[in-house]
Write a protein that binds this ligand. Sequence first.
Ligand SMILES: [Zn+2]
Ligand SMILES: [Zn+2]
Length: 390
Amino acid sequence: MKSFKKDIIILSKIVKMRDTNKEDIKPVSASELPPEFKKFDKPFGLEQHEFNRIFIGYITQTCLLISYFYFIPFGIISPWFIVINGIYGYIGGLGITVGCHRYWTHKTFKANKALQVLMMLMQTISMQYPIFKWCRDHRVHHKYTDTDADPHSAKRGFWFSHITWLFLPKHPEVEDKLKIIDISDLARDPIVRFQSKYYWELFTVLFYILPMLVNQWASPELTLLQNFIIQHARYGTSLHFTFLVNSLAHMWGDKPYDKEISSSENALVSLLAVGEGWHNYHHTFPWDYKAAEFGYKINVSTMFIHFFAMIGWAYDLKTVSHKLLVDRINRTGDGSHPLFNHAHAHDKTPISKDEKHSETSLPTWGWGDKALSKDDVVITETLFTSKRRG
Ligand SMILES: [Zn+2]
Ligand SMILES: [Zn+2]
């Protein structure tokens, strides 16, 4: 209890603290990772995939089936319930897309401490494990896309990349890369560490207690079991929408920015996954805060970031310049982009695999990755700069 009080005091001081630019940080080796990160290697003493099988597999998928094939068609829950729980699920989804994905994994913008706390709480609603764990997997996914080291490689089939990767032991290559991928920024982030330390407590309140109290208040005749099933149905629905980014958006769609990678532009995924379906663009330019070329085209996450940029909570939004965009479309695109110069397409000598490898080395995971080329850094534009905030 004493330690919890101390952590809360530290956290409240962090929120009040003036934001500082911490661009130059020393890397942290895997052995130096904080203890609150290490305890997630074996949740409740189980191997990660065994825990996933029970929680995400048996419990959640059963609740999904009961809700969609019994509760909804037989009127056990009213349409209002679907709306209320849908909105809550959507808030959790934004915690993943804006917080975990665009902010913590890819560092595409900066945020003041209040927004960081808000995003951390929203991310906890989604129950996709603590921020550091999600970001570490996702950085490895970007760095080693479509190889054995990709945790949910689409090359291993639709269902593997969609969900079954969570139920199977990790490939040894994935285990190796998880140990070496740089997450030193997250290891030093007090909000990320706070969330990891109190993850199960925060999760219990935000995933179960709070939404169940709202449901009970809205419909007192609801039994505890029905209320529990609804929470897992909300969870399962938002999980499947998120998973589509790893499966469908790595299989179907145009590749206007880089035809060599599996990630594709998929409007349906963008609609369901809060704006994350513009996946060919995102893998080509992972440091762009829009995760898409067009900010507001089926992209609620970008609207969210813009809103907080306008009130000064989000700033230094990184985005790809027009010149870099056009160059890349013409150099590696599949020709489906309107800016692709078909007249000169036949003039280009295709880049050989070896040349491509030596030219770019491994793909970058985002802003702050040492693999990001200096040219790309120089040409990147910054919107809502910190100077503008005064
Ligand atoms: Zn990403
Ligand atoms: Zn991807």
